[in-house]
Design a protein around this ligand. Structure first.
Ligand code: SAH
Ligand code: SF4
Ligand code: F3S
Length: 478
């Protein structure tokens, strides 16, 4: 019997695509020709988690995975619409797939995810060789839609649901290192940040059955995974209403997942500054295995811009939250998302963003220049009036400020002992381990001297830092 195909590739998030091959056999007992699918994912962690659901649904309908799209019967691309550049990247990938279709007319090309939802049937007009367009809440219908497409019928299903959470579907891991796993706890978003396309592509917010989340995390732990990241666009509004038992809030869910095992690290993303509660902070402080790290996107430091963005908090509120985080969890790592050049942003507004960064002392940030998305509140109400060169100049200043903040945050770690979960070989050398500490910082250290392995914890003494990475030496198993 063939061994399962174990593809170990590194997940790269944020608008970058990766080739994907699930842990399912490439070829089964030869009888009927088995249809093969290839899937590629772009965008946020939730999209990557969705591709694992798609792999599970297709696996259940007799499809097998391939990591070579030239050998596939169906090529699927799980897309992101968050910025224009994300969509451009996907269109150039579609170009490559179209060429493959020219030499294999039976090949089906399917667009999944946020771009499918945003453009709907229009995508079939714009990209003539696309056969399937399937939105994020319609993946259960994929096998039927593929059959229809094989019969020559172009298919579109972009219905959004108020209930679908795929709670009962056991994701088939793609590109997994066997240590870190993403677990979706909710879908959609009810916030209406004026710049953001997500509420339109992902629909209404809904929480997943708490029992199914605990079950999935427990199974992952049993399989050897040592870190789960609970995913939602706004995890603080997670709420599972139960008729039989007590309701589960996000703080309660965190605690339940943390109680699976002290050896299972728990992370979560994304928290919203207007919604993160003290209860969540106290829960993190109480459990050693809930990582002391919060991704708390601020977007802008100017109250006027925050209001135009419809973020629901002020600069003062935001800084009060970061102070409270550090009061309750003194060594908590905090990271952020920042947008430069939003509609009407003045030089003074921009200066406020830079000064907020100094005050909040982010350990890390994801930084972008504003990209107008059709259909959003900002596109309807405001003019995208900051020239691109100016947006990029401001972004450059934001990046430089963040680099300075990150360097000084890393300098503070020199000499301390960090508990690191080993994720695998370092990118540069297989004689070094790479892992992350509680605060989500990447730590690299030589393998020499200790019999450690992937998925184990090490106490690492930090000796120096290079840019974003801490370099140290293992002093013991943790
Ligand atoms: N739910 C998360 C963010 C999801 S999108 C939250 O509320 O924070 C990830 C990040 O992309 C956002 O935080 C924002 O910084 C950025 N982003 C979203 N829309 C954007 C746009 N139109 N232009 C530039 N950046 C954008
Ligand atoms: Fe977009 Fe705002 Fe929802 Fe985040 S909270 S997904 S930025 S609308
Ligand atoms: Fe992109 Fe959709 Fe995620 S727009 S960031 S893939 S929710």
């Amino acid at each position: 019997m063939d061994e399962p195909l174990m593809e170990v590739l590194t997940a790269r998030l944020h608008d970058e695509g990766i080739q994907a091959g699930p842990r399912v056999p490439e070829s089964g007992p030869a009888a009927l020709p088995v249809r093969k699918f290839y899937i590629e994912s772009y965008g946020c962690a939730m999209n990557f988690a969705d591709s694992e659901i798609v792999a599970s649904i297709l696996g259940g309908s007799g499809f097998e995975a391939t990591t070579d799209f030239r050998r596939a019967d169906v090529v699927l691309i799980n897309t992101c619409s968050i910025r224009e550049k994300a969509e451009q990247t996907i269109r150039s990938r579609l170009h490559i797939f179209r060429q493959a279709k020219r030499s294999n007319s039976g090949l089906l090309i399917g667009v999944l995810g946020c771009m499918a939802e945003r453009l709907k049937a229009k995508l079939l007009e714009e990209e003539k060789l696309v056969d399937l367009v399937v939105g994020p809440d319609s993946y259960r219908t994929l096998p039927v839609l593929i059959d229809a497409a094989e019969d020559g019928q172009k298919s579109v299903n972009v219905l959004l649901s108020r209930e679908e959470t795929y709670a009962d579907i056991s994701p088939v891991k793609l590109n997994s290192n066997g240590v870190n796993a993403f677990v979706s706890i909710m879908r959609g978003c009810n916030n209406m940040c004026s710049f953001c396309v997500v509420p339109f592509t992902r629909g209404r917010e809904r929480s997943r059955d708490a029992g199914s989340i605990i079950h999935e995390c427990t199974e992952l732990f049993v399989e050897g995974y040592r870190e789960v990241t609970l995913l939602g666009q706004n995890v603080d509004s997670y709420h599972w209403y139960s008729e039989k038992e007590e309701d589960v809030t996000f703080a309660m869910l965190l605690e339940k997942v943390a109680c699976i095992s002290p050896d299972l690290r728990v992370r979560f993303s994304t928290s919203h500054p207007k919604d993160i509660t003290d209860e969540v902070l106290f829960t993190i402080a109480r459990h050693g295995n809930i990582c002391n790290y919060i991704h708390l996107p601020v977007q802008s430091g100017s109250n006027r811009i925050l209001q135009l963005m419809n973020r629901g908090y002020t600069r003062e509120w935001y800084l009060a939250r970061t102070n409270r985080i550090r009061e309750i969890i003194p060594d908590c790592g905090i990271s952020s998302d920042i947008i430069s050049g939003f509609c009407t942003e003045t030089e003074d507004d921009h200066a406020e963003t830079l000064s907020l960064m100094e005050d909040a002392k982010f350990d890390m940030s994801y930084m972008y220049f504003y990209s107008e998305r059709p259909g959003t509140l900002a596109a309807k109400r405001y003019t995208d009036d900051i020239p691109e060169a100016e947006k990029k100049r401001r972004l450059d200043e934001i990046v430089k400020t963040q680099n300075r903040m990150s360097r000084s945050s890393n300098m503070k770690d020199i000499g301390i002992i960090s508990k690191v979960l080993i994720e695998g070989d370092s990118k540069k050398s297989n004689t070094d381990w790479m892992g992350r500490n509680d605060q989500n910082k990447v730590v690299v250290f030589p393998k020499l001297g200790h019999t450690l392995t992937k998925g184990e914890y090490a106490n690492v003494k930090i000796g120096r830092s290079t840019g974003a990475t801490l370099i140290g030496e293992a002093i013991s198993k943790a």
